[in-house]
Design a protein around this ligand. Structure first.
Ligand code: ADP
Ligand code: MG
Length: 333
């Protein structure tokens, strides 16, 4: 199967919302007057973000979910997306599964795939100089760019946290890391427990409706992709503030809460891949936030306060200082 058959067969669907989709040199996406276009890109690489042999349908879901999570963190409404693929081969079983997972999540958010790029993935070995250049099949690379819209100046930014704001977290933290630890052999979960947390790692739910509901209420927001501490630090740095967090107030699932306490705390504080939202809001917004939680049926927990002093202090429920040595994930650290 050639490149163009592959695109036509697996990634071309008629568009209804966008004026022009796959097939021309550009796609066209309508932007309403008074709105800004929100753009975000995320890439997943085999061996880096997912293991060789990972389930293709779940990958299709996750590749789009992590991108939608970035729109959610800005409060943007998703409009459309593009997909760039580097594949070692045109494996039809893989493509069928991947596109199924991808379009299921796209349909759930009423967004259309409007373009992309498709290429073979190779790794080159040997030098050009010696005439020894060889290419072997390379890893699967998946890069998605999402487009969303926001009323002008309504975006939730990392830089808006104010002294005195509460620090909020959606859902629960650490389950994706609990699942990962099982796969890495750091601990063993029984089948039933793994079935509870594996979807948190493989098929995260982007908090799109929550992000949109927080416009005009939250002063800052970020999604938890690299771990609560690391991602909160981004907000603090860009807002020029500090925070005091009660680590025992961080929301965790019943399963994570039943694990060995050190493990539970480490997963909640520094586990990545949760795709929950951290946001800050003034105390006066508490009622609105509780209403949003009820309306969207999502747990929203306040776990600390933004302070003036630009450091991050962690305490347990008894008020004892907890060392904040755990870091978020950094690809080049
Ligand atoms: P160009 O030569 O202009 O880069 P291509 O031949 O790469 O165009 O792609 C042809 C059309 O197919 C374009 O409209 C492009 O956006 C679309 N396309 C290519 N790969 C994908 C993909 N993986 N998913 C969706 N659309 C794609
Ligand atoms: Mg191209």
């Amino acid at each position: 199967m050639g490149e163009f058959d592959l695109i036509a067969r697996y990634f071309t669907r008629p568009v209804a919302r966008a004026p022009l989709g796959v097939g021309d040199d550009c796609a066209l996406v309508r932007v309403r007057a008074g709105y800004e276009l929100a753009v975000s890109t995320d890439m997943l690489i085999e061996g880096r973000h997912f293991l060789p042999g990972a389930n293709a349908e779940l990958l299709g879901h996750k590749a789009l979910a992590v991108n939608l999570s970035d729109l959610a963190a800005c409060g943007a409404q998703p409009l459309a997306f593009t997909l760039s693929l580097a594949l070692p081969e045109a494996n039809e079983a893989w493509l069928a599964g991947f596109s199924r997972g991808l379009f299921a999540l796209a349909d759930a958010h009423h967004i259309e795939l409007v373009g992309g790029d498709t290429t073979k993935s190779v790794v080159a070995t040997g030098g050009v100089a010696g005439g020894q250049l060889r290419v072997a099949p390379g890893p699967i690379c998946i890069s998605i760019t999402v487009l969303g819209e926001l009323p002008e100046r309504a975006a939730l930014l990392r830089s808006g946290a104010q002294v005195g704001d509460d620090v909020w977290v959606s859902g629960t933290l650490g389950d994706a890391r609990l699942a990962l630890g099982h796969y890495l052999g750091e601990w063993v979960l029984d089948e039933r427990d793994l079935a509870l947390v594996a979807p948190r790692m493989h098929a995260p739910t982007p908090r799109v409706a929550l992000g949109m509901a927080l416009r005009g209420i939250a002063t800052s927001a970020i999604d938890v992709s690299d771990g609560f501490l690391g991602d909160l630090r981004h907000v603090l740095k860009q807002s020029g503030v500090g925070a005091e967090i009660n680590v025992d107030a961080l929301p965790v699932s019943a399963l994570l809460g039943s694990q060995n306490p050190a493990r539970a705390r480490a997963c909640a504080l520094s586990g990545g891949d949760d795709y929950e939202l951290i946001f800050t809001a003034p105390p006066a917004a508490k009622e609105s936030i509780k209403n949003i939680a009820k309306l969207l049926n999502v747990t929203l927990s306040s776990a600390g306060l933004i302070r003036k002093k630009s450091d991050l202090i962690l305490r347990d429920a008894a008020g004892q200082i907890v060392p904040a040595t755990l870091r978020g994930f950094d690809h080049f650290a």
